[in-house]
Design a protein around this ligand. Structure first.
Ligand SMILES: [Zn+2]
Length: 119
């Protein structure tokens, strides 16, 4: 009889595609969070999109950012197998406006977890 405590569970690793793949490749390559920026008007945008919402340009680049910021919004998923990206805090302890630090944890060649830590 096998011991249930001995089971090892593999964490699900998504396979990002398109612009999300570009974002994750930058994170894996550098270990830093990147944000997409329009090369025409300089507007930053997240999540990444093919066209700028300000000037409709399709020219963009991904630029590294510090990861420091504030909790702008969040949702609690009650039916997930993964705690998503909030780390070192329980969802009920998070409030809009709380200072946070976003960091990346490369997993594989094409994906990185993007973690949010309440600071
Ligand atoms: Zn633009």
């Amino acid at each position: 009889m096998s011991d249930p405590q001995q089971k090892s569970f593999k964490k699900y690793i998504p396979n990002p595609e398109g612009l999300n793949l570009e974002l994750h490749l930058k994170a894996v390559e550098t270990g830093l969070l990147h944000i997409q920026r329009c090369l025409s008007c300089d507007k930053a945008r997240q999540p990444p999109r093919y066209y700028c919402s300000a000037c409709f340009s399709s020219e963009y680049e991904f630029v590294p950012v510090s990861g420091e910021g504030f909790m702008y919004s969040f949702a609690i998923n009650h039916f997930t197998v993964d705690r998503a990206w909030l780390r070192n805090a329980e969802p009920e302890d998070v409030n809009l406006g709380d200072p946070v630090l976003v960091s990346v944890e490369p997993r594989g060649e094409e994906f990185a977890f993007i973690w949010v830590d309440k600071i």
